[in-house]
Design a protein around this ligand. Structure first.
Ligand SMILES: [Zn+2]
Length: 404
């Protein structure tokens, strides 16, 4: 394939970038964080993107978790196609609960790898290491995480290795991105932050505004360096606690043990990952494996009747509606209300690390995310619904001239 030819990836066609493109996935970025930071006067560049660039509300993938959405963004397709539907799943073939962060679970190639193979200089910087291998699948280019940055990368970012539970982890990503743009000027760069701040701080709060002010300075620098900036999020974030400040949780395994017998059903929470301190593995999406021969409809009816359950559906129904891979989910999918989370057994959740009232994600209520560009769009087909994984399509195929 000749250099500068459009790339066709997973059935979608992408024009070659006319200037360096930086696609940013801001983890847990409810649109409200941006609006409130701009209103507070701490994020002038984001304000310019809203007024002089292009801004859309887009839908992320449900489950509104980090990995399914980052992989949708870099492949341009839904989890039904790429296969990554959580951080964690029950591998029916292996009969084991395993992390889904091994690249062998990714069923398609990425836009990043395709452009790199065609000669583009590509760089990927993620906050958490859990995403690095998936995003870097078959990629010839620079790909590293802030969490496990080596000495060379720390020198490049001009920052020491940050704690995995800190705002610094995301700042390291932006700092490295700016340094890379200044030094190596990649044609295509993908930056993915962590939602440490968003899990603790609501839009408009001091900690949230500080984070967006930090981000704003790096975005302005990338813009000054002549990059196209395309910003979206993997999911939103909502309060998930009650009036007493404690998590509003439905413990599904305890309920199903009561109904069907101890351990007869298996509840899987795809939010589960090695970094549970800030959410206690509590999110708004769960899947249930029922014992063989059990009455699926009866369980769905009982689950639907529970206060705080927004949706309980069969595997077929939920996978069709949310474009998910049926073989990697259980017999029933359960989604909770905006301010409610789902757990396994009460005893299995260590909430001792929660030092702030729980904010989390995973449900339909966290599906709306920003899609922001520092250039105006032209010729966007009148789609009734934009997705966060349209970000490469808009950035490469539908942007007009750069703003003066
Ligand atoms: Zn996330």
């Amino acid at each position: 394939m000749s250099e500068h030819a459009p790339q066709v990836v997973n059935g979608r066609r992408y024009r070659w970038m006319d200037r360096p493109l930086v696609v940013i996935c801001v983890d847990g970025c409810e649109f409200d964080y941006i609006h409130k930071a701009v209103a507070a006067g701490v994020a002038p560049f984001l304000g310019t993107m809203l007024s002089s660039g292009a801004a859309f509300e887009a839908d992320c993938v449900v489950p509104s978790f980090t990995n399914p959405n980052n992989l949708s963004i870099v492949t341009g397709v839904s989890p039904a196609v790429h296969g990554i539907c959580g951080n964690y799943f029950y591998d029916r073939e292996a009969g084991a609960e395993v992390m889904m962060n091994d690249p062998r679970y990714l069923r398609v190639g990425t836009i990043l790898a395709s452009f790199a193979a065609a000669g583009a200089k590509v760089a990927v910087v993620t906050a958490k290491d859990k995403l690095r291998a998936l995003l870097g699948k078959d990629l010839s280019g620079l790909c590293f995480s802030a969490e496990k940055a080596d000495q060379a990368m720390q020198a490049l970012a001009g920052k020491p290795l940050p704690s995995v539970y800190s705002a610094d982890l995301s700042e390291f990503v932006f700092a490295a991105g700016v340094k890379l743009m200044e030094s190596r000027r990649p044609d295509l760069m993908y930056l993915s932050t962590t939602d440490y701040v968003q899990h603790k701080a609501a839009p408009g709060s001091a900690a949230a505004n500080d984070f967006y002010a930090m981000m704003d300075r790096y975005l302005a620098r990338l813009d000054a360096l002549g990059a196209t900036i395309a910003l979206t999020a993997d999911h939103g974030m909502n309060d998930k606690f009650g009036a007493d400040g404690k998590p509003n949780a439905i413990y599904l395994q305890d309920l199903l043990d009561d109904w069907l017998g101890q351990g007869a059903a298996r509840v899987i929470l795809p939010i589960t990952d090695p970094y549970v301190v800030h959410h206690g593995a509590l999110g708004s999406f769960a899947t249930v494996y029922l014992p063989a021969g059990s009455d699926v409809d009866a369980s769905i009816a009982r689950l639907t009747g529970i206060e705080g359950v927004q949706l309980a559906a069969t595997n077929a129904e939920a996978c069709a509606r949310f474009e998910l891979p049926p073989d990697r989910l259980g017999d029933v999918i359960v989604i909770s209300d905006k301010n409610v989370v789902l757990g396994t057994s009460r005893a299995r959740h260590d909430l001792s690390g929660l030092d702030a009232p729980l904010r989390s994600h995973g449900g339909i209520s966290e599906q709306t995310v920003p899609l922001l560009f520092n250039r105006r769009t032209a010729g966007i087909p009148g789609k009734p619904r934009m997705r966060n994984y349209d970000v490469f399509d808009v950035a490469l195929n539908h942007l007009g001239a750069a703003q003066p």
